[in-house]
Design a binder for this molecule. Structure first.
Ligand code: NAD
Length: 434
């Protein structure tokens, strides 16, 4: 297989707003993959292998409402690539879940695990539902039925779920229990992001936000920008966004805006994040908070600040608003917040984008620590977890910088190149089973 025999039209980096479908996360992911593969001169055979998800599962999830009525939801689980180890990837409960979204998220997990060099492949799952309309008992029944529908592929050595949008420690506990009941013994390492009392890791809940804070600190250092006086806007005030905002405030940055799906709040002098977290614990959403100016989610993305942290959903920075972004640094807490078209605009403006597969890799890194601790039956203190996380995040950041400077590409392409090269290297060593 030679590099020269690869069909090139697919691999040309689009110069204009020509992406097939900017909103389709799988196509967006693939366009970045193609460009990085081209820069790596990846041979055609591996190119084809790494473009294809290994396994895609669609299941029906029938369940009974509290009223007795029966509903049937759709669930997905995609294992994108398991060459480096068991598949690892979250489960999302959301009305917007689609197979293409789950495929993209599973691919991102593959590149992310390779980028931070932990021995996992990538997967993702989701159930199309609106958790806001479901009672706790209904959520539990859906979780258990979905788990049993995909139980053959789950396991500490094969596929290990974690929380994602609208799932949490409690959902992980139900998955672990369902799996363990089928196996007839307790298997803690089948999920990560569990409650601490049942094999979770200290530091896991904060890990993704902590990773965002660490790479933002490294980006500021790289660009010679100070901590004091640097203003940050954070979209999304859930696990990732609220923790990132809190830790960045602790670091000495000024958080000027935060938002959630109800809208946002703005204070150019700085918000008090712990107070906002308390408000959300009491009132669920930021919307009611009266101590700061209201701001919409659209305004937040283009507010005056040095650092922008999109930590909610995909496709929020698009060709329509990328030109108005004022931040010098974007730290992608969410998966896929920037479309491929927006990337080009941001690059032309000189915005330093720390890509999702690096910026939010803190979560899967501590998930890996949790899996290791569960399998070893020996648990670490929080300081050890945080120190080991910091070492991995800083090293991965440096490796991405080195790769992007060596190949004169932006950080996203540098990160993809580093990750794809690691996955490709294992494929070459393992060879092809025929
Ligand atoms: P979460 O459910 O805890 O929080 C999501 C937040 O986004 C909430 O504040 C919600 O109100 C807000 N939101 C939802 N729709 C919005 C909209 N239309 N506009 C603005 N805000 C909106 O989820 P999370 O775990 O914090 O995940 C957020 C992102 O980070 C996702 O892209 C997820 O895939 C990614 N991520 C999460 C982890 C993790 O460890 N939790 C790890 C890596 C990546």
């Amino acid at each position: 297989m030679s590099a020269t025999s690869r069909p090139s039209p697919l691999l040309i980096r689009p110069e204009k707003d020509t992406f097939l479908n900017e909103e389709n996360p799988f196509e967006g992911m693939m366009s970045r993959f193609d460009y990085a593969a081209e820069r790596l001169s990846l041979d055609q055979g591996l190119y084809k292998v790494l473009r294809s998800p290994e396994k895609q599962i669609i299941v029906s999830v029938p369940f009974q409402r509290d009223t007795g009525e029966v509903e049937v939801y759709t669930g997905y689980r995609v294992l994108y690539n398991t060459s480096r180890g068991p598949a690892k990837g979250g489960i999302r409960f959301d009305l917007n879940v689609t197979l293409d979204e789950v495929k993209a998220l599973a691919a991102w997990m593959t590149w992310k695990c390779a980028l931070v060099n932990i021995p996992f492949g990538g997967s993702k799952g989701g159930v199309v539902c609106d958790p806001a309309t479901l009672s706790n008992t209904e959520l539990e029944r859906i979780t258990r039925r979905y788990t049993s529908a995909i139980i053959e592929i789950l396991g500490p050595d094969s596929d290990v779920p974690a929380p994602d949008v609208n799932t949490n420690e409690r959902v992980m506990a139900w998955i672990m229990d369902t799996y363990s009941m089928h196996k007839r013994h307790t298997v803690t390492a089948v999920v990560t992001g569990k409650p601490i009392a049942m094999g979770g890791s200290l530091g896991r809940r904060e890990a993704t936000g902590r990773g965002c804070m660490l790479v933002t600190r490294e980006a500021l250092r790289k660009l010679g920008m100070p901590i004091a006086g640097t203003r940050v806007a954070v979209q999304g005030f859930g696990n990732v966004g609220s923790t990132a905002a809190m830790l960045m405030e602790e670091l000495g940055l000024t958080i000027v805006a935060v938002s959630d799906k109800s809208g946002g709040v703005y204070n150019p002098k700085g918000l008090r994040i712990k107070e906002l977290q308390q408000h959300v614990r009491e009132h669920r959403f930021l919307g009611e908070y009266k101590e700061a100016e209201p701001i919409t989610n659209e305004q937040l993305l283009t507010v005056d600040c040095e650092v922008l942290v999109p930590a909610a959903l995909e496709n929020v920075i698009t060709r329509h608003n990328a030109g108005d972004v004022k931040a010098r640094i974007i730290c992608e807490g969410a998966n896929g917040p920037t479309t491929a078209n927006a990337d080009r605009i941001l690059e032309e403006k000189g915005v330093f984008v720390v890509p999702d597969i690096l910026a939010n890799a803190g979560g899967v890194t501590v998930s890996y620590f949790e899996w290791v601790q569960d399998r070893g039956g020996y648990f670490w203190d929080e300081e050890t977890v945080n120190q080991r996380l910091e070492r991995i995040m800083v090293q991965s950041f440096d490796e991405v910088i080195t790769m992007s400077e060596k190949h004169r590409v932006n950080l996203r392409t540098g990160a993809y190149m580093q990750a794809i090269e690691r996955v490709a290297a294992v494929h070459r060593l393992r060879g092809m089973y025929a």
